[in-house]
Each structure stands twice: as C-alpha cells, then as structure tokens.
Write a protein that binds this ligand. Structure first.
Ligand SMILES: Nc1ncnc2c1ncn2[C@@H]1O[C@H](COP(=O)(O)OP(=O)(O)O)[C@@H](O)[C@H]1O
Ligand SMILES: [Mg+2]
Length: 227
C-alpha cells in the first residue's frame, strides 16, 4: 500500500508554566494514500496536535514527518508553503464560512486564494454538487443547517483539488445522521476522486467508514486497526 504521509518517532511538546508538556510521545504512523484514516481518542489525547503536524501547520520537537517520502523539515519554506497551499485542504469542527458570502461565493473565494487557473464557476459548481448542495448555491450560511454548512466547508476544502484533506472533528457539532452523511461524502471523495482523508473523531459509530484507525491515549498510539 502506498503511503502519502509518514511520521517517525515524532515528539511534540508545549511550554507550560511548570516547564514542558509532552503532547505527543514517539509517534510513528503511516497514512495510506487514497484511503480514509481516522485518529480517534479522548479529548486531550493529542489528535489535533498530531493532525496539525501531519498537515504541516505545526512542527515536531523531534522526529520526522515525510510527505511522499520527503522529509518536510528538509524542504525550503517556499516548498512547504506550496505543499500546504496546493496539496492540502483543511476542515474544522466549527465551520468557518464567511458569513457575508453565499455558498457559491465561499467556495469560489477559496479557489481565488489558491490561484486556481481553470474555470472557477465550473469547479465551484462541481464541488457543491459533490456534497449534494447544487440547489443551495445562493443560500447564505445562516440560511443553511449545521450539516449543510459543514458540506459547504467540505466543498471549499476540496475545491483546489488537494491530495490530502484533514478534517478535525468535522462531525462533533452535528447530530448522528448528519454526521453519517458527512462521512458518506468523505467515502465518496476517497473512492471517486482519489483523495486521501485524515479525520479525527471520538464517535465510535463512524469507525467502520475508515480503512485505517489509529487510537491515541495520552499522546501515544495505543492501537492500530486496518482493513
Ligand atoms: N498550545 C498548547 N499549549 C499547551 N498545551 C497544549 C497546547 N495545545 C495542546 N495542548 C495540550 O496537549 C494535549 C493534546 O491536545 P489536543 O491535541 O488538542 O488533543 P485532542 O485534539 O485529542 O483533544 C492536551 O493536554 C492539551 O491541553
Ligand atoms: Mg482536538
């Protein structure tokens, strides 16, 4: 199986008044390409910290992060910036849509930021259709349900055609059924668009959607399940 991201002995610490808090302890994981991987664990177990490191938003204190076999630390800042901008998309728990823009404009704006060269209108519509919102494009965020807003956020994250999408507790603020819908959209992106997705959750009901699950406890990987 091809791996798109790998970590080797990653340690991450944060300065705290008592000195140093070690949030990740010796994490070595493989993220398989074109699969859905879930990082699960209780609140405070280190999921967000690990996801930020996998996505290049933060750096480890020691250990290596490889993106397509390349050590991220060895790349120039320019190259890292390019990987983040072109190859990675993020979805967060609390949807941060721009309130004055409708669904269409929110997605199109992301394409502008990413410097999308192709037809923006076509791509925006395609992404909104992929998440089942082709008929809601003119709705403002406050006119959409929480689940619909999260779907706009997904359309926005996939708009520039990233290879990897990171979703940090994307279902935490949704009811069970809406959460299942979001995960279904993720499955569709993995199976039909060739995307790799890493999501964090502590919802045990969603686990069967993933090919690969890592369980975190107190900053350590305690289990790995694979299909
Ligand atoms: N910037 C920070 N400064 C100090 N401690 C932090 C910081 N970020 C996270 N932590 C601590 O690291 C641990 C893991 O946090 P986090 O990765 O957010 O966990 P999770 O996403 O699993 O809830 C927690 O104990 C948290 O308090
Ligand atoms: Mg978190």
């Amino acid at each position: 199986m091809g791996m798109i991201i790998q970590t080797k002995n990653v340690v991450k610490s944060f300065p705290v008044p008592e000195g140093e808090f070690i949030a990740l302890k010796d994490i070595s994981i493989d993220v398989p390409k074109n699969k859905l991987t879930i990082l699960r664990g209780r609140s405070g177990s280190g999921k967000t910290t690990l996801m930020n490191i996998l996505g290049g938003l933060d750096y480890p204190k020691s250990g290596e992060v490889l993106f397509k076999k390349q050590n991220i630390a060895s790349l120039s800042e320019h190259m890292r910036e390019r990987i983040r901008k072109e190859k990675i998309g993020f979805i967060f728990q609390s949807v941060a849509l721009i309130p004055m823009m409708n669904a269409y404009e929110n997605v199109e704006f992301a394409l502008r930021l990413a410097g999308w060269k192709g037809n923006k209108k076509e791509r925006t519509m395609k992404c909104l259709e992929m998440v089942g919102l082709g008929r809601r494009v003119k709705h403002m965020p406050h006119e959409l349900s929480g689940g619909e807003q999260q779907r706009v956020a997904i359309a926005r994250a996939i708009a520039h055609s990233p290879e990897v999408i990171f979703a940090d507790e994307p279902t935490a603020e949704l009811d069970t059924n809406t959460g299942i819908q979001v995960v279904r959209i993720f499955r569709n992106l993995v199976e039909n668009e060739g995307v790799t997705i890493v999501m964090t959750t502590h919802d045990t009901g969603l686990m069967e959607a993933a090919e690969c699950i890592y369980e975190l406890e107190d900053g350590r990987i305690v289990e790995k399940f694979e299909k």
